[in-house]
Design a protein around this ligand. Sequence first.
Ligand code: NAP
Ligand code: GCO
Length: 268
Amino acid sequence: MNFDMNKFSLNGKIALVTGASYGIGFSLACGLSQAGATVVFNDINQELVDKGIVAYTALGINARGFVCDVTDEQKVNEMVSTIEKEIGVIDILVNNAGIIKRIPMCEMSAEDFRKVIDVDLNAPFIVAKAVIPSMIKKGNGKIINLCSMMSELGRETVSAYAAAKGGLKMLTKNIASEYGEFNIQCNGIGPGYIATPQTAPLRELQEDGSKHPFDQFIVGKTPAARWGDPEDLVGPAVFLASEASDFVNGHILYVDGGILAYIGKQPK
Ligand code: NAP
Ligand code: GCO
């Protein structure tokens, strides 16, 4: 056996990362680019896309950005067909765009609940549906869905997010089941608690300068004893985007510093 290490390379591949002006999406797109891929991203408004372009350019990455709300099926279809015409068929889709609303369930409006489901579950369906036909014609494709600890666990205030991310885990397995025969692999990355703007409210310092109680709670729950960094997700994403993972399908790769393996600190 002589394993070809070039299977980890993304040279010649085109990757679309949704919601990737900053945060996890930005880091993943940078990693895919550093592994050889041409990167395309979208975000919800022009200001964010411009901010993303400046950040990519500063790293020497020539990324093309689109304004596109991933919940809008017509806009998504238009964006995908423009990418296919002007850049090429999308080989790698990373469904990263997501939102969270932290509201106790009985105080949450049905409208807020639907909004979270729309962005975190319906949108990955819409974007995947838009890219799969050309992947089938081309004979290969990789879809990576950003799942969560909440694909497995619940906690106070995140009912809609947990429902969406649990659903996204099953959408991942279903895409793998339905399109695996066309050499399309659909896997999830389940990040642990990662320091990004989305989790900033959980890490704010208290008035007396002490750490937020949730911050201390997460560090205690994580065998690695720290928050994750978006960079921690890059290696797993490059692997799942590359030919090295061609027989990995419908898997959720938890990148959580060990949270899901851990029963919690034992009393002293
Ligand atoms: P983030 O900092 O909030 O970034 C999410 C990005 O998605 C933002 O640029 C956001 O734009 C964009 N977005 C939101 N709604 C959109 C829409 N309808 N269309 C297009 N773009 C949209 O989040 P993050 O922490 O980087 O998380 C990225 C993904 O990883 C999410 O799916 C999240 O649920 C998941 N995740 C995060 C963590 C964590 O600990 N941070 C852990 C597990 C999973 P706006 O700025 O306008 O909202
Ligand atoms: C929360 C957090 C989480 C994380 C992440 C965990 O309020 O509990 O925001 O849900 O962002 O998804 O994996």
